[in-house]
Design a protein around this ligand. Structure first.
Ligand SMILES: *Cc1c(COP(=O)(O)O)cnc(C)c1O
Length: 434
């Protein structure tokens, strides 16, 4: 393809004149891996086509929402019907109630939810709720976990446990992050020390149970158990950010996975997004009734949204949630994900490339390491050059993985055994280049 005929390149050049970096969310710009982002012209099932009409097997699925694949007939039908009934009313609808009921029936740690339009909004509102409910100011997060781009969350660890964070973005005043404590993921000793020092001031601990924003790193069971115990002991609220893992790793979400190993395990507040909107802008946060009744208009914690509970988005989300409840859905999804992981691992082993894989339900990660990393610092020691060779090698062969080494991957119900075999065969070729 020459620059004259490469429509992706032409669009990227045009986009860069009118949109910062040519993209509306930074990771799409391929900055980490170099090269030209693929401009998607259409998608169906497990595939999308770029502006050059090249087909890709899509293992991103809009970063998680497309659990059924693109253009699932039942979802398309629900959305088409909803469109004809009106785009937005700014008034309550029956579908919001139905979607809330559906979510609550599947995740019993919540009695009530509030619907919003993005994961960022949901995470930000959940933290406000935690602060309002506890009357406390400090919050605790972990390095490598992403909870959206609210000011107080764009923060990296300060020096030592006594100091709070430093902003990671320009435009975020120090004062705004001075209440955010950032700790290392999976470090129990540090967690205990932090609670000993700050426990009585902590409104909440927010965590991705399976972190998908540092590739794929699970909170170990003992670590998650200590998070739960220390929050309870010190009166802080445990917020599970399940924007990515919610309905993605299991029908009961990641909290149901941890409840298998930690009897009675449940968060105080859950944040959801991605799958619950099925590809439309929709997210939510929820908790037990006593906490949720702190929200306006019942309580003193303010939160609002013109497009919240949008009728098209709720139709899309509901249709998606109904499909994933069909018998055997997660068994089939999980088996396919594992098949891809086993295939990639086998291809790497055959080429003598150090490689490790992990997955849960329809979410996966792979690393150019012999052993799975446990925290962000380790993930970020990945050999960039080799990762980029892997990424571009797969991309050239029509397989779309995340264009950054700190992102997870996603399987959909639409992927076939043949798609997986094609991806594994491509990987067998590409690993030889590493
Ligand atoms: C995607 C994501 C968010 C942010 O959601 P947006 O809809 O992009 O604002 C928050 N938390 C986690 C864990 C996510 O993966």
């Amino acid at each position: 393809m020459t620059p004259d005929t490469d429509r992706n390149l032409q669009l990227f050049q045009r986009a860069q004149k009118v949109i910062p970096g040519g993209v509306n969310s930074p990771v799409r710009a391929f900055k980490a891996v170099g090269g030209t982002p693929r401009f998607v012209s259409r998608a169906q099932g497990a595939y999308f086509w770029d502006a050059n009409d090249k087909r890709y097997i899509d293992f991103i699925g809009s970063w998680g929402p497309m659990i059924l694949g693109h253009g699932h007939p039942a979802v398309v039908e629900a959305v088409e019907k909803a469109c004809l009934e009106g785009f937005s009313f700014g008034a309550p609808t029956e579908r919001e109630v139905e979607l809330a009921e559906e979510i609550l029936s599947l995740v019993p740690s919540m009695d009530m939810v509030r619907l919003v339009s993005s994961g960022t909004e949901a995470g930000m509102s959940a933290i406000r709720l935690a602060r309002g409910a506890t009357g406390r100011t400090k919050i605790l997060k972990f390095e490598g976990c992403y909870h959206g781009h609210a000011d107080a969350l764009l923060v990296k660890a300060g020096s030592g446990l006594a100091t709070f964070g430093n902003p990671t973005s320009a435009g975020v005043p120090n004062e705004v992050v001075q209440h955010t404590l950032v700790l290392e993921y999976n470090n129990v000793a540090q967690l205990e020390e932090a609670f000993a020092l700050h426990g009585k001031d902590l409104a909440c601990l927010i965590i991705e149970p399976i972190a998908g924003n540092m590739n794929f790193v699970r909170a170990s069971v003992p670590f998650m158990q200590r998070c739960r115990e220390l929050c309870t002991e010190h009166g802080a609220l445990l917020i599970l950010d399940e924007v990515m893992t919610g309905f993605r790793v299991a029908l009961g979400s990641a909290q149901s996975v941890y409840a298998k190993s930690i009897p009675g395990f449940a968060p105080d507040i859950t944040v959801m997004g991605k799958v619950i909107g099925g590809g439309m802008p929709l997210a939510a946060f929820g908790a037990k009734r006593g906490i949720m009744e702190m929200m306006a208009p019942l309580g003193p914690v303010y939160q609002a949204g013109t497009l919240s509970g949008n009728p098209i988005a709720t139709a899309c989300g509901l249709a998606t949630l109904r499909e994933i409840q069909k018998p055997g859905f997660y068994e089939a999804l999980g088996a396919k994900t594992q098949k891809l992981m086993t295939g990639l691992k086998g291809a790497a082993d055959a080429a003598g490339v150090p490689f490790s894989v992990d997955s849960e339900g329809g979410m996966f990660g792979f690393f150019l390491f012999d052993a799975l990393p446990q925290n962000y610092a380790k993930v970020m020691t990945t050999d960039n050059k080799r990762f980029n060779t892997l990424f571009h090698g797969m991309l050239d062969r029509g397989v779309y993985f995340a264009p950054a080494l700190y992102e997870a991957g996603f399987m959909s119900a639409a992927h076939t055994e043949a798609d997986i075999a094609e991806a594994v065969a491509a990987a067998a070729d590409v690993f030889k280049l590493l």
